[in-house]
Design a protein around this ligand. Structure first.
Ligand code: 13P
Length: 254
């Protein structure tokens, strides 16, 4: 399978933002994308409450829909949780798992993230598995060790380029306006690519896995960040909430 079967993926993670009125941003994004044909896939990951209405808005547009989390079980007594199968039922094709905010706010470990990624695959969803170091880990020179540990611990059996996307999100870059240098991004992504080989059945398969960069991606730095070797798209928080900003990032692939 040639690499272009998996084009870069620019995904917007709305986090805990948005009400029904925010669907206008999805409509505006659809309009901007009409005839634009970017060389990347585009996805929106709204909060659970907006998935169903957003699916109605997106219709058969090229914008894909993803969830922000899922439980590892199919169903059962798990108050407040959502199963991967429920996301698939609403038209999602992917789900973010192991975001640093869930690792911090909800104590999610690599083992839990692995179970969630496996659940995503069971339901036919792509898992967008988030990894990244804290500022203390970076200062201590442990970045690459942390990434190795998270990759080894968070990817389930059967992970491959078709069902798994890695999002490298340095925790200290999320929502801060700070970004690593392009050299630092290149080093991290090359390391992730190398480590993936053991998890997805070899170097050839690892070469096809999309590795997104996330953390303060904005229209004014997207082109530079997306040009770094081994960067296959972006996972965007704040700048994905407004269609104009998000499209400004997608423009890196026009
Ligand atoms: P920001 O783009 O707001 O820094 O968030 C990044 C992120 O966490 C995406 O998942």
């Amino acid at each position: 399978m040639p690499a272009h079967d998996f084009p870069p993926l620019v995904a917007g993670n709305w986090k805990m933002n948005g009400t029904l009125a925010s669907l206008d941003e999805a409509r505006a994004l659809m309009k901007k994308l009409q005839g634009a044909n970017p060389r990347c896939d585009v996805m929106l990951c709204p909060p659970f409450t907006l998935i169903h209405p957003m699916a109605g808005v997106l219709g058969d547009s090229t914008i894909a829909l993803g969830g922000q989390d899922c439980h590892w079980e199919r169903s059962g007594a798990h108050t407040g949780d959502i199963a991967a199968e429920m996301l698939a039922d609403l038209g999602c094709t992917a789900v973010i798992v192991g975001h640093s905010e869930r690792r911090t706010d909800h104590g999610e470990t690599d083992e839990i993230v692995k179970r969630k990624a496996a659940a995503a695959h069971r339901a036919g969803l792509v898992s967008i598995v988030c990894i990244g170091e804290t500022i203390d880990e970076r200062k201590a020179g442990k970045t690459l060790d942390v990434l190795s540990r998270q990759i080894a611990g968070s990817l389930p059996e059967g992970a491959n380029a078709a069902n798994t996307v890695i999002a490298y999100e340095p925790v200290w870059a999320i929502g801060t306006g700070l970004t690593p240098t392009t050299d630092e991004v290149a080093e991290a992504h090359a390391h992730i690519r190398k480590e993936l080989a053991a998890r997805v059945g070899g170097e050839e398969e690892a070469a096809r896995v999309r590795i997104q960069y996330g953390g303060s991606v904005k229209p004014n730095n997207a082109h530079e960040l997306m040009s770094v070797p081994n960067v296959d798209g972006a996972l965007v928080g704040g700048a994905s909430l407004k269609a104009a900003d998000f499209f400004g990032i997608i423009e890196a692939y026009l």
